[in-house]
Write a protein that binds this ligand. Structure first.
Ligand code: ASP
Length: 590
């Protein structure tokens, strides 16, 4: 950081003082990080954003300053001036960039008193989330959070720099808008001027970025806030930040090849080296090998198809599943303890996930130790061992079921069985998604990406068979981005709407502006959006996106700092023409 303009508070940054300043008189400002009284001397670590400098107060040289320093407490704010001196050799602190020097205080001024903070600022102690968020401005003073916020800044600047170079234009889109269908519930804002009408906060700028392509901007990006009103789910935020991009006249490869070097630059900002190209695997392959479309390949333990080993099995659970269009798949755990109680717990877990059962086996020299071993032939066991690359002592888990159930169950077991912290990082593009998933609850198709994704396949045939031109990018088992090639023709867009049960009339009402735009010469286009909060959290090594956001909300959407959401005046509601029905016995909400 450039030196600050000298004024009455400071002429340098605390964290930038080095041996070359010895002999000069300097003025610093900041917070009392820590105070130590030592053999008549008082030492204070003074903190500003750049780091710490040790102030020393000597009673023989500056009795007045020394006397006043005795009353300073943690987090008081002060400005201090005096000569920079070398520390005695015994007092040099090699862990501190300023550790060779100290500022011998000739005079100082207390600029603000601090109450005792509710948690220590100078240590990375565990503090409850609620308390951290209530006093977020203090939590942000702590080194770990300061670093995360600095890293976030780095990442954002890297993105801007990179995309500007590539010819992308940064364009803002409205926050007060119409419902945009990313599949979540909207946040609504009542209109005062048009009573009874509502704005929706955008779940993403999806439709606007497509309109920008129709406008001919070719390459767009934005780092927008997105709003999704979802029920409590661990580590979700009601508002979150994306890097949103869209390009014209492109296909999947073009988008991915623009993203790869961008991702590499972003990771480099977090100190992670990435080799390009980022590998790609198909959705089907990911589901087969990892049981999920968000694979963390660092865990190893790939799921294997064992159909071939058990095709003719006498064991009806296996052969029956195979004959009925199902699969027999398994995975192998190499390390770990597998007492019977753990096997039973894993079986219960598999059943809770929807499997009819779980077959387990421990590989022994003579065969399998397993409740079902007696139903299997030696050859079947040998072939299964071979497919699973199993050796003595390994534990094996096999599921015979429908493919989706087998994938889900084995995918979860794989995560549970993984031992130890995986090393390094794993990035992968997942491509060739199905277009729709079937929602049992609602008895209809849901778009796996969103309804503006272009479909592939026989569009006059069964939509269950359609594939999509969508793609996701996954880092360490987290989906960090996703996008698709879009429908740039109104007739194809309507076919997708039809499959989703959105007839022309409803489509016209909800998305008429997009369908209209597609009739005025829309270029083929596609894009992607990345979850910025998640990326920063991953780079910072944080488990929660909250630690990558300056002012996040709790999992229930509450901000303990400001108290939002909060009731509003009757008068405000009257102006808006809004009547609030209070839940019976519930708290006031208006
Ligand atoms: N709008 C999508 C999302 O927010 C991303 C995209 O398709 O570009 O997930």
């Amino acid at each position: 950081m450039k030196p600050p303009r000298a004024n009455r508070y400071r002429d340098c940054w605390a964290g930038q003082l080095r041996a070359d300043a010895v002999g000069q008189t300097r003025r610093v400002s900041g917070w009392v990080h820590r105070r130590r009284d030592h053999g008549g001397l008082i030492f204070i670590d003074l903190r500003d954003r750049t780091g710490l400098i040790q102030l020393v107060f000597r009673p023989d040289e500056s009795p007045e300053a020394h006397e006043q320093a005795g009353r300073l407490r943690a987090e008081d704010v002060l400005t201090a001036a005096g000569p920079i001196e070398s520390r005695d050799e015994a007092n040099v602190n090699p862990n501190l960039p300023t550790g060779e020097v100290e500022l011998n205080v000739a005079s100082f001024e207390l600029l603000a008193d601090a109450d005792t903070p509710p948690f220590p600022i100078d240590e990375d102690t565990e503090v409850g989330d609620e308390l951290r968020l209530r006093y977020r401005y203090l939590d942000l003073r702590r080194e770990r959070m300061r670093r995360n916020i600095e890293l976030r800044h780095e990442v954002v600047q890297t993105i801007r720099g990179h995309l500007n170079e590539e010819g992308f234009l940064e364009i803002e889109t409205p926050i007060l808008t119409r419902s945009t269908p990313e599949g979540a519930r909207d946040y609504l804002v009542p209109s005062r001027l048009q009573r009874g009408s509502w704005y929706a906060l955008p779940q993403s700028p999806q439709l606007f970025k497509q309109l920008l392509m129709v406008s001919g901007f070719e390459r767009y990006y934005q780092i927008p806030r997105c709003f999704r009103d979802e029920d409590f789910r661990a580590d979700r935020q009601p508002e979150f930040t994306q890097l949103d991009m869209e390009l014209s006249f492109v296909e999947e490869d073009d988008v991915i090849e623009v993203c790869d070097p961008l991702i590499r630059s972003v990771l480099a900002a977090g100190g992670i080296e990435l080799e390009l190209p980022i590998e790609r695997i198909s959705y089907d392959d990911a589901m087969l090998r990892y049981g999920t479309d968000r694979p963390d390949r660092r865990l190893g333990m790939e799921i294997q198809d064992l159909g071939e080993a058990f095709a003719g099995s006498e064991f009806k659970v296996f052969s029956g599943a195979l004959a009925g269009g199902g699969v027999v798949r398994g995975l192998r755990a190499r390390e770990g303890e597998f007492p019977r109680s753990r096997m039973d717990a894993l079986t219960e877990r598999a059943q809770a996930l929807g499997a009819k059962g779980l077959v387990w086996a421990v590989v022994e020299a003579e065969g399998w130790r397993s409740p079902i071993a007696k139903f299997l032939g030696a050859e079947e066991i040998a072939r299964a061992n071979e497919l699973l690359d199993a050796r003595e002592g390994d534990a094996l888990f096999v599921v015979a079921d429908e493919p989706v159930v087998a994938a889900k169950v084995l995918g979860e077991l794989r995560l549970e069985l993984a031992e130890g912290e995986p090393e390094g990082h794993d990035l992968v593009w997942v491509t060739d998604f199905p277009m729709f998933g079937w929602s049992e609850d609602e008895q209809r198709f849901d778009a796996l990406h969103h309804p503006f994704t272009a479909p592939l396949g026989d569009l006059d045939g069964d939509p269950a068979e359609w594939r999509s031109r969508g793609y996701d990018v996954v880092m360490d088992g987290w989906e960090i981005g996703g996008g698709s090639i879009r429908n740039h023709r109104a007739d194809i867009q309507q076919k997708v709407f039809d499959a989703l049960g959105i007839g022309p009339e409803e489509a016209g009402e909800r998305f008429g502006f997009l369908l209209d735009a597609l009739r005025y010469g829309a270029p083929p286009h596609g894009g992607v959006a990345f979850g910025l909060d998640r990326i920063v959290a991953l780079l910072a090594g944080e488990g929660s996106i909250r630690d990558a956001i300056a002012f996040p909300k709790t999992g229930t959407g509450v901000d303990p700092l400001t108290g939002a959401p909060a009731p509003v005046d009757e008068r405000q509601l009257r102006e808006l023409g809004v009547k609030v029905e209070r839940p019976p016995g519930g708290s006031p909400s208006g």
